[in-house]
Design a protein around this ligand. Structure first.
Ligand SMILES: Nc1ncnc2c1ncn2[C@@H]1O[C@H](COP(=O)(O)OP(=O)(O)OP(=O)(O)O)[C@@H](O)[C@H]1O
Ligand SMILES: [Mg+2]
Length: 254
């Protein structure tokens, strides 16, 4: 049986600069993969190409065996949710309306159906009591959990996360990581750009290390973290290890 998400030979140029130089990866049903790598290496561009927020120049994306082409782009994109670094909630809408707007407008659910679904997903991320709040009345961690609930309410086949905790203070990171760990353990298929080693070690089936528009190496967390093949990977892991160490030393939590 084919993988749920198959990404094959994705290339993307901005002007003369080739950001993605032929990236391929697969996600099996229920798998969680974490993508790591230095800044500017094309991680966000890869996620954006996968759901065609940014159309790739070359390569193919298949979801559930079906290739994404212009004709079915909108339908397939509904099945690939995106969680952004900066939450991207509508600031003028209450939490409940942020979550129901997609199911109502895109999936055509009735008001009641969308509400029921939103409540279910808000419970799942532990924010049932914030239904009527506006985003500005929530902490960053709560806003990110709302945006995860919004993604879940579309009942996607896969969720793409782009550095979901990097805009958060360290003490708020844990609540978002815990929600993501739970989703992974419940069998949600997820591709997560993140440098949260704790999440990667405990929840990821595989780590993908990107460098300079390529996948340099990938493998299970134990292999990639404890026995990386490439000096480039070792250097990067030392760097983020030092940052985690610094934060812990400064008493900001690990
Ligand atoms: N819309 C764009 N126009 C021009 N160049 C872009 C655009 N988006 C990204 N780039 C460039 O492509 C390269 C890769 O960017 P990308 O955001 O994918 O990297 P990243 O790995 O996600 O980095 P970071 O860890 O900092 O988020 C960078 O050099 C960036 O400046
Ligand atoms: Mg990025």
């Amino acid at each position: 049986m084919s993988a749920l998400l198959e990404v094959e030979g994705i290339r993307k140029k901005y002007g003369q600069f080739e950001v993605l130089k032929g990236v391929s990866l697969q996600l099996e049903r229920g798998q969680a993969k974490v993508v790591m790598g230095p800044s500017g290496t094309g991680k966000s561009t890869l996620l954006r190409c996968i759901n065609y927020l940014t159309p790739p120049d070359a390569g193919t994306v298949r979801l559930d065996g079906e290739e994404v082409v212009p004709r079915n782009l909108n339908r397939i994109r509904q099945q690939v949710a995106f969680v952004f670094q900066d939450f991207n909630l509508f600031t003028h809408l209450r939490v409940i309306d942020n979550i129901t707007i997609g199911p109502r407008r895109i999936l055509g659910l009735s008001k009641t159906e969308a509400r029921d679904r939103a409540m279910r997903e808000l419970e799942r991320v532990g924010l049932a009591d914030k239904v009527r709040a506006y985003p500005a009345e929530l902490s960053g961690g709560q806003q990110q959990r709302v945006s995860i609930a919004r993604a879940l309410a579309m009942e996607p086949k896969v969720i793409l996360f782009d550095e979901p905790t990097s805009a958060l203070d360290p003490e708020l990171t844990g609540e978002v990581v815990n929600v993501m760990k739970r989703l992974a353990s419940e069998g949600m298929t997820m591709l997560v750009v993140s440098h949260e080693i704790g999440f990667a070690r405990s929840a990821a089936d595989e780590i993908v290390f990107m460098d300079g528009g390529h996948i340099l190496e990938q493998g299970p967390p134990a292999q990639l973290f404890d026995a990386p093949q490439h000096e480039r990977t070792r250097r990067f892991l030392r760097m983020i290890g030092d940052q985690v160490g610094d934060a812990a030393a400064a008493g900001e939590g690990a």
